[in-house]
Design a protein around this ligand. Sequence first.
Ligand code: NAD
Length: 278
Amino acid sequence: MKLDGKVALITGGGSGLGRQSAQLFASEGASIAVVDIDPERAAGTVDLVEQQGGKAIAITADVSVEQEIVDAVAATVDAFGKLDIAFANAGVISRGGVPSVAGGEVVEFQDLTDGDWQAVLGVNLSGVFYTAKAAVPALRANGGGVILATSSAASLQAYHGIAMYSATKAGVNGLVRGLSLDLGRYGIRVNAIAPTHGMSPNFLMPAGSPVVGQSYEETAGPWDSGISPISLKLNRPPSLRDNAHAALFLVSDDSAYISGVTLPTTDGGTLSRVGMWF
Ligand code: NAD
C-alpha cells in the first residue's frame, strides 16, 4: 500500500479526476477528505470510497474563497488527526474566444467580461494558491508532506478558445515551481500534473477539436475512428485512470525526491509535435 496511514485532501473530489483519485488513494490506504463546491458530488465520492472499504469525509467548500478552504483543512485535521497530502485539483474551463464554444455558446474574445476572467482565475489559480497556503501549516506540523496541483496540457501548448484557462494553468505551473523552492526546507514537495483532455463527464472538450462542445462520454466515435492524434500515438484515448495513477506516483514516496515539476500525464507523446488538431 503506497499511502498506508496517510491523510489526503482532494479538492474537486466530487467528480472526474478528483473522484477517481479519491478511490485510488483510498485503495492504497489513505483516508480522504473529499472537498467540493457541490455537496451531492462530494457525498457520492464518499459513498464510493466507503463501498470499497475506505475512509472518507465530505466537505463542502469553494476553493476560490480562502476562508472556506482554511476551514476545510481544519475539518480534515479534526476528523483524521493530521494532513499528509493536499491535492489542489478543482478547476473549471473558461469561456473562450475567436470563436469559442462554452456551454454551447459561441463567444468572441472581445465580448468576454471581467466576470468571465475572475471566475476562471478564482478557481484555477487562486484556488490552488489558497489550498496550498491553507495546507502548509498542517503539513509543517506533520513534519512535511506533499502538495499536488492539477494543471493542464493547455498550460504548455496552445488550444483554440481557452486562452484564459491556459493562462490560469500556466500560473499554476509557476506557483508550483516557486513553492517547491520555498517549501522544500519543510519537507514539503510541490508538483503538478498536466492532463490533456477527455477525462471527465463534466468537462467540455476544447473548441477547435473535432468534438467541439461535447463531453467525454459523447466522444467515443471520434476516438474510435482514430481522429485524435493521441489515439494515433498510443492506439487508445487517455483515461481518468491514467491521470489518477500519475497523481498517485507524485503524492507517494515513489517520487520522494521529485519537486517543482509539471508532469504531462496523458499527452501520449503529442506535446512533442506542433499542434494537436490544428
Ligand atoms: P470535473 O468538472 O469532472 O470535476 C471538477 C470538480 O470540481 C467538480 O466536482 C466541481 O463541482 C468541482 N469544483 C468546481 N469549482 C469548484 C470550486 N470553486 N470549489 C470546489 N470545487 C469546485 O472536471 P475534471 O475533468 O475532473 O477536472 C479536474 C481537473 O483537471 C481540473 O483542474 C481541470 O482543469 C483539469 N483538467 C481537466 C481536463 C479535462 O479534459 N477534463 C484536461 C486538463 C486538465
